[in-house]
Design a protein around this ligand. Structure first.
Ligand SMILES: Nc1nc2c(ncn2[C@@H]2O[C@H](COP(=O)(O)OP(=O)(O)O)[C@@H](O)[C@H]2O)c(=O)[nH]1
Ligand SMILES: [Mg+2]
Length: 214
């Protein structure tokens, strides 16, 4: 079990423009995915809070970055859902620019969780996120969501196929099955977040330079 208290996560602020972003300090992990991929459900399942990220019946409603604090200087960021057809082109373009700016510039950002419905293909914008992340060597962890919608065999086949497809182009991407409904994969997601957010600086240094571990 994760020793960190995701259950104490609380909402901090909503940001609609880059200039409103909190100070670029500490560490944060962002959650991204097309509308309806299951992002709010995943955040709620992770934190054990039913209403943390409001599960909207209207896809594409979340048009802001929402900041949640796990503990001092450790944040989760809910990025705007993308790909919702009814959003006007001009607004869509603005979101995309804000997302790109955030993903490429944000120093506190130590990892990106990308959510994709296991029954769907990766979209162009999903791949764009992978490209922006690769550009700055930001690790990405991909959740194949709603895994409960498939039987075990097809779900595993899908996992291997996505892994195989991404491995060549994106060596910093890992992939897992996830279901907010059944709870499948929540432990693995917490483990990934622990690694990114709470792995301590001293052991990071030791891993890079063995002489420092003496
Ligand atoms: N079966 C199943 N449905 C899910 C799961 N996660 C989300 N959903 C459903 O998918 C829809 C979109 O979920 P939501 O979390 O609002 O997606 P978001 O737009 O990415 O935040 C809702 O109807 C959820 O109930 C899951 O793990 N299993
Ligand atoms: Mg949502």
């Amino acid at each position: 079990m994760s020793p960190y208290h995701y259950h104490s996560t609380r909402f901090v602020t909503s940001v609609s423009e880059p200039k409103q972003l909190p100070p670029d300090t500490g560490r944060e992990v962002a959650f991204a995915g097309r509308s309806n991929a299951g992002k709010s459900s995943a955040l709620n399942a992770l934190t054990g809070q039913r209403q943390l990220a409001r599960i909207s019946k209207t896809p594409g409603r979340t048009q802001m970055l929402n900041y949640f604090e796990i503990t001092s200087n450790r944040h989760l960021v809910d990025l705007p859902g993308y790909g919702y057809a009814k959003v006007p082109e001009a607004i869509r373009r603005r979101w995309q620019q804000a997302l790109e700016h955030y993903l490429r510039q944000r120093q506190a950002l130590v990892g990106l969780i990308v959510l994709v419905d296991i029954r769907r293909q990766l979209t162009a914008l999903d791949r764009q996120l992978l490209d922006w992340s690769a550009w700055r060597s930001l690790p990405v962890h991909l959740l194949l969501t709603k895994a409960d919608k498939l039987n075990r065999g097809p779900a595993t086949a899908s996992l291997y196929s996505v892994r195989r497809e991404l491995q060549k182009l994106y060596p910093l991407v890992s992939v897992q099955l996830f279901s907010a409904t059944s709870g499948q994969g929540i432990v693995d997601l917490r483990q990934q977040l622990d690694d990114w957010l709470f792995a301590d600086q001293a052991s990071d240094c030791a891993a890079i330079d063995p002489s420092l571990s003496d």
